[in-house]
Design a protein around this ligand. Structure first.
Ligand SMILES: Nc1nc2c(c(=O)[nH]1)N[C@H]1C(S)=C(S)[C@@H](COP(=O)(O)OP(=O)(O)OC[C@H]3O[C@@H](n4cnc5c(N)ncnc54)[C@H](O)[C@@H]3O)O[C@H]1N2
Ligand code: MOO
Length: 410
């Protein structure tokens, strides 16, 4: 397999999919309080109307709107107060023409009433008469039964990632539990003789393991459970042992470093030795991140990320995140918020290659600009300083200053 026959990202993912016997999201029930960020594995239809009754949105008097038409401060409408509505209870009376009832915000509207006059525009007299100094239109200051959510209506779709407002809607509909996709387990392995875990002394020529932490963070961010294996030396047998161990306990293995064509780059040989089909793709047409490995071992995906810390993160988002989406049953292109911004300088790119440029967003004269944060893919500081990645499509030879680019925010 030649590193130079690089496939596009989409093609590489298709090859992987063809070699996996259908990743099917598995479902489990979780309590609503634990469901934030989880992906629904069922459509949610509302079993009831929300609210289940017409309710007031203000403190005031429930009225029949027609009775207030033409009312003003100098000529108020005169109504008769016939009662007070208790919170959390159905009113035991209905309104007749010329009548009003005291109501609080959230109270249930009495039958026949269709609007609420705010307290500020009323004057109750000692004898039970209410002076109304402003008219109200039908429906004013009222939320109608089912206005928020209709009984039987589709509220949330299978594959949707639950946000706080979705949890609130589920609670409002009376759900205590919800069916979501089981979180895939992802083993994270770093390789390299020169790599040491943080906390250990380093001598000349050594650097600290960064990728285990960026990758584990990305796994959590995009809906998996990371299992950090730590650093493995550049030794065929040691890498092989770690990958075999990782395959036993996880759905997906992500290994960084040793993906290129150097003599020390053992990952490809290890993956091919573990069983068929082994390595399917070695090299994709993307910068940074060309020396990516995509393999299937024991029916599970194993992804070899390039060692450079920026490349590892970029390839995670482009290759591993869609795989997590397959496991979770959410759209394959699920990702960060995308905005359009003008690129702040010319950037060249090779035809046939997809480029991702780290950018900082800046507001200039009311327009959004993407300022490239330049630097080699070994510099983690460029990721720390930037807000997102601007994409240059494979068919382009670059972008000119002032041209619009799509930026996906971290
Ligand atoms: N002759 C060629 N050399 C290289 C090519 C090439 O096409 N031909 N590609 C370059 C590109 S692009 C990249 S990216 C790297 C990818 O190399 P590997 O995946 O084999 O990774 P390593 O050589 O193991 O490491 C690269 C670099 O990253 C550092 N590293 C590795 N792991 C970690 C970690 N866990 N935390 C922090 N830093 C890490 C490592 O020390 C190296 O500096 O290959 C180029 N070479
Ligand atoms: O493509 Mo390498 O991944 O540039 O740094």
């Amino acid at each position: 397999m030649e590193l130079f026959d690089a496939l596009k990202i989409g093609e590489a993912l298709r090859v992987l999919k063809e070699n996996l016997v259908g990743i099917k999201p598995k479902g489990e029930e979780v309590m609503l309080r634990d469901a934030y960020g989880r992906v629904l594995s069922e459509d949610i239809y509302s079993p009831e109307d929300i609210p289940p009754f017409n309710r007031s949105t203000v403190d005031g008097y429930a009225v029949i709107s027609r009775d207030t038409f033409g009312a003003c401060e100098s000529l108020p409408a005169m109504l008769k107060v016939v009662g007070e509505i208790k919170m959390g209870e159905r009113p035991l009376f209905s309104l007749k023409a010329g009548e009003a009832a005291r109501i609080s915000t959230g109270g249930m509207m009495p039958e026949n009433s269709d609007a609420v006059v705010m307290l500020e525009y009323t004057q109750p007299l000692e004898d039970g008469t209410l002076l109304v100094e402003r008219p109200v239109a039908p429906g004013e200051n009222v939320i109608l039964k089912g206005e928020d959510v209709r009984k039987g209506g589709l509220v949330l779709k299978k594959g949707h990632t639950l946000r706080p407002q979705d949890l609130a809607a589920l609670a409002g509909m009376g759900f205590q539990k919800v069916k979501v996709a089981v979180l895939p387990k992802v083993s994270v392995i770093s390789t390299g003789d020169e790599i040491k875990p943080p906390g250990e002394e380093i001598k000349e020529g050594e650097i600290r393991d960064m990728n285990s932490f960026s990758i584990a963070g990305l796994v959590l961010k995009w809906g998996g459970i990371p299992e950090i294996f730590g650093v493995v030396r550049d030794d065929f047998n040691e890498i092989r042992r770690s990958v075999s161990e990782a395959l036993k306990i996880s759905d997906l293995v992500v290994i960084s470093g040793g993906s290129s064509v150097g003599t020390r780059d053992l990952t490809v040989r290890v993956l091919d030795s573990l069983g068929s089909p082994g390595v399917l793709v070695h090299g994709i047409a993307v910068k940074p991140g060309k020396p990516t490995i995509i393999a299937v071992v024991d029916g599970k995906p194993v992804i070899g990320l390039p060692g450079h810390p920026v490349s590892a993160m970029v390839i995670f988002e482009q290759v591993v995140r869609p795989i997590l989406s397959w496991f979770l049953g959410r759209p394959e292109d699920y990702g960060g918020l995308k905005v359009k911004a003008k690129i702040a300088r010319n950037i060249s790119s090779a035809a046939g290659r997809e480029d991702f440029i780290r950018v900082k967003l800046e507001q200039r004269d009311g327009e959004l600009w993407a300022v490239p944060v330049l630097g080699k893919s070994g510099l983690i500081s460029t990721m720390v300083e930037s807000h997102g990645l601007a994409r240059i499509a494979p068919e382009k030879l670059g972008v000119k200053e002032g041209e619009y680019v799509d930026v996906e925010l971290y």
